[in-house]
Design a protein around this ligand. Structure first.
Ligand code: ZN
Length: 277
């Protein structure tokens, strides 16, 4: 548990507020499976603590998260599954679909439904899988220089696995982000309702904490009912079904690339993304 976490830190910066921190800044907080499993444990700890009313997700370093750590591999043998998927090492599409259903869509959906308010505190770059840690949170406070992108169309894919792009950015901007791979700025994100507040970098932590403390003065039952009411509205609009539909298409992409290039994604995408960075 907490004393063995490698890539996560758990803090209690104020009464009734827990803060989970991505602590892999030397890798721009790239997510390997160890980090995701630790993050899940930390969220569970905060969710199950009666004294915690609001959970902040923050990150060390210059960048919130550069996405999935592609060099870390997809081996599940050291990971204890939280959901009910199995056969992670199976051949064909079976094993990898189960792996992504467990580690990406499953965990993100689990965190999205924590019955307490969650706030993402975001600085620097948020790339592809990085969005999968921001979007499941209820509120987002970001610094002025923060940018958000999902450039994986260049890799022959539809987007990252927690496909809520149209819900988060609106359909028009979601398509532009995906088609061009362009990073949108904090101001654009604010204008399109993707974030709640844009603040100077040196005020990011204090402003996020102030928001968390303000919310934490409300009774937990009110917060839970309000959160679930909004989430239920999004679900009635088809959010979960949309995620699952896009996940199926995502695996068409993985299988297409596997057949053509012997890899889960088109390897030429890396060069394209580097040239445009
Ligand atoms: Zn994938």
């Amino acid at each position: 548990m907490s004393d063995t976490w490698e890539h996560i830190r758990y803090e209690e910066p104020a009464e009734r507020v827990a803060r989970v921190v991505l602590a892999r800044s030397e890798m721009a907080n790239a997510q390997d499976y160890t980090m995701l499993a630790e993050l899940n444990e930390a969220f569970d700890r905060a969710a199950r603590d009666d004294d915690v009313r609001v959970i902040v997700l923050a990150a060390d370093g210059d960048h919130f998260s550069s996405g999935h750590d592609l060099r870390a591999g997809t081996d599940m043998s050291d990971i204890e599954a939280i959901g009910t998927w199995c056969c992670f090492g199976a051949e064909g599409a079976e094993g990898y679909m189960a792996t992504e259903a467990e580690m990406y869509v499953g965990l993100c959906w689990r965190w999205r439904n924590i019955p307490k308010p969650t706030i993402a505190q975001v600085q620097g770059k948020v790339i592809a899988g990085g969005l999968m840690l921001v979007w499941p949170m209820d509120l987002v406070v970001c610094s002025e220089e923060a940018t958000f992108s999902d450039p994986v169309v260049a890799f022959g894919m539809n987007g990252h696995e927690y496909f809520t792009h149209a819900f988060e950015a609106g359909a028009r901007l979601a398509k532009e982000m995906l088609f061009t791979g362009r990073a949108i700025t904090s101001r654009e994100a604010l204008r399109h309702g993707m974030v709640n507040e844009v603040v100077p970098r040196n005020e990011l932590e204090s402003r996020t904490l102030a928001l968390a403390e303000h919310i934490a003065r409300r009774p937990p039952i009110g917060l839970t009912l309000a959160k679930q009411s909004v989430n239920n509205t999004l679900d009635a609009m088809g959010m979960y079904t949309a995620i699952q539909s896009a996940f199926g298409l995502h695996h068409v992409g993985h299988n297409h690339n596997q057949r053509l290039f012997g890899a889960l994604v088109d390897p030429s995408g890396l060069q394209v993304v580097r040239e445009e960075a």
